[in-house]
Design a protein around this ligand. Sequence first.
Ligand SMILES: [Ca+2]
Ligand SMILES: [Ca+2]
Length: 233
Amino acid sequence: MVSQVSAQSIWPNWQVVATSYPDSTYEAGVSGREDMTVCYVYKDTNYVYFRVERRESGAGFEIVVTIFLDVDQSQATGKTGTDNSLSLHDLGAEYKILLDITFAINLYIYRWDGSAWLVLSTAGSHAEDDNYNANIAIPLTTLANPSFPIDILFVCHYYTDYNPDTGHITYPSGPGASTPVPVGGQIKDVSTIELIASYLQSIAPYLLTFAIVAVIVAGILTIKRSSKRQITK
Ligand SMILES: [Ca+2]
Ligand SMILES: [Ca+2]
């Protein structure tokens, strides 16, 4: 049940490949150590990965994170309503991942059996405290190889913060989406130059039209001025 895993190369390059889901900050009643700023989700052929970052983290700032997974995207199946006073928002969650980093790293994975949470093995799972932010990797086999997209809700407690504030995250977003689109945020791995280049490309035809009109107007003005000069002669 307890997964104590040292730093290793299993983690994806969050900034490059993962989808980021920014959360509101300074929510009422939430302290800095519970205040999620951004969560990340990524999956490859073997694992689904989660990362939770907080407004304040560091030694002594324990983190307790619950992640609910609605793997069939149906509220009609799985746990609904509340769970230990945590709201499941609009999810019917088949799985619950609980990461408790206090003095040690304790990872628990549960499956809802219709009336209770069953404890699953954490064999093959990884959890890491990265400056007291949370990194989690769960083998897809542990979750019975769900088909994606799946619906996700992050909860950081004890002074409860939800990401998203209402509803849920869908990863990846949209049916069959090849490029994940975050809910309420943006993908970070596009450079500003690329963005400007595509913008310029999109307005190029208008720029050309503008240039032609400007040349014509300038020509008319020149002709008018020279004919005026001829009249006054
Ligand atoms: Ca927050
Ligand atoms: Ca469900």
